[in-house]
Design a protein around this ligand. Structure first.
Ligand code: SAH
Length: 356
């Protein structure tokens, strides 16, 4: 669903912008002039080195909109910044900037809402409204960098939405953000998290982009996983893990597994034993041995879901069980705990406020 007919300026690759320049009788070098400025967050109106003529041609051919800061929350605990960004059509998405010793990481959204239906997740409650365009995906990185005034060196696609359910736009975005003339963020500094769309993981593998893949596993067996993640009815645990092994064999890139601990649902010692068993079976049973890392995340309690996070002891026992079976696990440090930094919670709160 396009807000209007004009093409989006921020979605164009450098060679496409060059081709357009030539098609409207402008010199090719003009593209090299404006592309870096666009990617620093300037609108055509703010560029001082182009004439009125070209500016008008750009306006009549393209639309340009950078996500606007509708709300900004800064964590007093760790400096994490959460943005509610406004899009051209009035929809909102969330992005989070996290400050680590190795640089600033932005977590971006891939869709307005989500249709995957994971039962613990706030992003999916109102369903999927629409996909984000490549320019809107990129725009979040640009706008976050512009607002925080520091270089963003890493990107994680773990915000609202399922990136592989917006496949073509996400692939174009990855190429855009990697452009030398633009933000020049290396693929190795980009992580993409998926709930497990196996067909799209296979397609991604063929793109040969050395990004890091992260799998939201959350349960070791089909019964438990289907109970909290409907996608598991389409692609079961065995098929997903076999695809992960194929992905690793093809790309050589390590995959990390996300496991949200929910009290009484997936956090028992038996669950941990089974998790270690399936990971070892599917990822280590042949000659190649894949390094396996599990990120354990105490579930963020979303009022609508009724799920509770596991107690300290259950978490410790879970880690110990995994490690005793050769699986490395870390309990993810919770950043921005005081600012609703978890997936979709801020957008959800804004929608609720509008409804009242
Ligand atoms: N759709 C993608 C990316 C977005 S979600 C995916 O499923 O991976 C990013 C991560 O946050 C996923 O691992 C997701 O399962 C997790 N998540 C969602 N809601 C959560 C919650 N309430 N508490 C903890 N983690 C949550």
């Amino acid at each position: 669903m396009e807000p209007n007919e004009k093409k989006e300026l921020l979605s164009l690759m450098p060679d496409e912008l060059e081709a357009w320049m030539l098609s409207v009788g402008e010199a090719k070098f003009r593209a090299r002039q404006i592309f870096p400025q666009l990617h620093r967050g300037l609108s055509p109106d703010e560029m001082t080195n182009i004439g009125k003529d070209l500016r008008e041609k750009l306006h009549s051919a393209f639309r340009w909109h950078l996500p606007t800061v509708e709300q900004k929350l800064v964590s007093a605990l760790d400096g994490t910044v959460k943005y509610l960004f406004g899009l051209a059509d009035g929809n909102c998405v969330e992005s989070v900037v996290m400050k680590y010793d190795h640089g600033n990481t932005v977590c971006i959204s891939s869709q307005v809402g989500c249709r995957m239906g994971c039962r613990f997740c706030a992003s999916t409650i109102g369903g999927r409204v629409r996909n984000l365009t490549p320019g809107e995906l990129l725009g979040q990185v640009i706008a976050a960098q512009k607002d925080c005034g520091e270089r963003i060196s890493n990107i994680v696609m773990m915000g609202i939405g399922e990136p592989l359910d917006n496949y073509d736009n996400v692939i174009r975005f990855l190429h855009l953000v990697n452009c030398e003339q633009g933000l020049n963020i290396g693929y190795r500094h980009i992580s993409l998290s998926t709930c497990g769309l196996v067909d799209k993981i296979r397609a991604l593998m063929e793109e040969d982009l050395p990004i890091t893949l992260s799998i939201s596993l959350h349960a070791p067996d089909d019964q438990t996983r289907s109970g909290i993640m409907p996608i598991n009815n389409r692609f079961g645990v065995a098929e997903l893990l076999d695809t992960c092994r194929a992905y690793f064999a093809h790309t050589g890139r390590r995959i990390s597994f996300e496991y949200t601990l929910i009290a009484g649902k997936n956090d028992s010692v038996a669950n941990a034993q089974q998790l270690a068993q399936v990971l070892n079976l599917h990822l280590r049973s042949r000659t190649e041995t894949m390094p396996i890392h599990v990120n354990l995340i105490p579930v963020n309690e979303v009022s609508e879901t009724g799920f509770r996070h596991s107690g300290r002891e259950a978490v410790a026992a879970f880690v110990k069980t995994l490690e005793s079976k050769g699986i490395r696990a870390t309990v993810r440090r919770k950043l921005g705990a005081d600012i609703n930094a978890s997936c979709g919670q801020l957008r959800r709160a804004a929608i609720k406020e509008q409804e009242q």
